[in-house]
Ligand binder design. Structure first.
Ligand code: 13P
Length: 253
């Protein structure tokens, strides 16, 4: 039984004050929805709001995650944040290799791999993102791209560590476009991901949680959650408003 996980990726949005207000609205929304049950709820604010959100979510069902990190513990890396710093603030998860980082900050599978290893070594759960671009999908390269990203990103990871990794399937063309993948197409790739994980690590692949991300909203989350290999969602835009995100989470049950 895999515990469902819905995570909000706030990207470069919200000051600490705005984040604080969002958490208040999210908590009151969740109370109205009650019964979020087994669901794990994660929010990933910008670094500058982590401390505030950590305080606001203390002793609540909301878990803290970050959007990125460096792989070294400390050192001369101006502008970077280390795994130990995130743990110190109470983070339990960290998004690694989001397509925006791959696209705008030249993150390669090799960099993703270093970060995934560093996260695991610090007891942070990496939410490792994979996904094909529109051009790749139209050229029938989806399977090849997903395979390369998984093999590269998870290289050298011990089988027993796999269950601490969350894989987020985010087709690049579905991110922020309002055009989500169909639940059937997302399931096809989620199954492909699980099969590749099985090749890499064996039976533990059954315990790896796979999220879908890309234009997830309150109205379509249910169709993704109904798929056998989709265990949650990574949500961008629809996580930026507390009540709305609470409704989405309520519909994810
Ligand atoms: P949207 O939900 O805004 O499409 O963003 C998805 C995403 O990139 C989450 O990481």
């Amino acid at each position: 039984m895999r515990r469902p996980i819905v995570a909000g990726n706030w990207k470069m949005n919200l000051t600490a004050k705005e984040a604080s207000l969002l958490i208040e609205n999210l908590l009151s929304g969740l109370k109205e929805n009650t019964e979020t049950g087994l669901m794990e709820i994660v929010v990933c604010p910008a670094f500058t709001a982590l401390q505030t959100v950590a305080e606001k979510t203390k002793d609540t069902e909301i878990v803290l995650g970050a959007q990125n990190m460096h792989w070294e513990r400390s050192g001369a890396y101006t502008g970077e944040v280390s795994p130990a710093m995130l743990v110190d603030l109470g983070c339990k998860y960290v998004i690694i290799g989001h397509s925006e980082r791959r696209q705008y900050f030249a993150e390669t599978d090799e960099v993703v791999n270093k970060k995934v290893k560093a996260a695991l070594a610090s007891n942070l759960g990496p939410i490792m993102c994979v996904g094909e671009s529109l051009e790749e999908r139209e050229s029938d390269l989806t399977e090849k791209v997903i395979r390369e990203q998984l093999l590269g990103g998870l290289k050298g990871i011990q089988s027993e560590d796999f269950e601490n990794v969350v894989v987020a399937y985010e087709p690049v063309w579905a991110i922020g476009s309002g055009k989500a993948a169909t639940a059937e197409d997302a399931e096809k790739v989620a199954l492909l991901i699980r099969n590749i994980l099985r090749e890499l690590a064996g039976e533990v692949s059954e315990r790896v949680r796979i999220q879908y991300g890309g234009s997830v909203k309150a109205s379509n989350i249910g169709s993704f959650m109904a798929q056998p290999n989709i265990d949650g969602a990574l949500v961008g835009g629809a996580s930026l408003e507390g009540k709305g995100f609470a409704e989405l989470i309520g519909n994810a049950k």
